[in-house]
Design a protein around this ligand. Sequence first.
Ligand code: UGY
Ligand code: MN
Length: 242
Amino acid sequence: MSKPSGVTRTVVKSRYALLTPDGFVPSRLPGWENATIIIHISPAMGAKFSQMQITFGKNGTGEGKTGALEYFVYVLEGGCAANIGGKKSNLAAGSYVFIPPATDFHFAGAEDNRLLIFQKKFEPLAGTKAPAAIVGHERDISGQPFLGHKDARLQVLLPDDLAFDMAVNIFTYQPRATLPFVETHVMEHGLLMLKGRGIYRLDAETYPVQAGDVIWMAPYCPQWFVAEGNEPSSYIYYKDVK
Ligand code: UGY
Ligand code: MN
């Protein structure tokens, strides 16, 4: 049976949002050509950062300067060539790039190359050198048991170093594994479900979630997750730190 119209799992509240692919609407961003841009999370929603997905068409490119912002770019699908501050690299699915403020960037993607981007205003820490650009791949970051739970593993993609004021991690749960307790913290999150499915608790409600869904959690939004299904579930998420 086809899905009835006028029905969605999307909910947008003042302290959190669950955004599901059926509601995504593309827009345009200066500097990005032959590319479809979907802004998922932004200050318009009450967040202090932005999260978006970019899908390149034929001869897709994106260029600009980060200015006051810092970018974290994660390759969801396909490959692309990146030039970050004059340094060139080839990115594949699972690659990521941290682009510091005041840095020129250029991306040229293969058709259907998909990027996830987190953008945040960089907040310098007096006496600490600003972070430099990073190019990495998730396969080179081993997953550590989260708070001793071997079925819930965390890959920390950026250095845990005072120079960085954002963290981006990938959390992978075996079926039925959970976030060990209902977290409530000052940090904000932007999250994309990469694989599998489960139940997310947001504030006092619970929601079924699956690969492709996006979640925003404001500071102090109580949060918890349990993985469902027979395969591991994973999500990548942003967190403001320090
Ligand atoms: O890093 C975190 O705060 C993480 N444990 N939160 C989450 O997965 N919702
Ligand atoms: Mn958290």
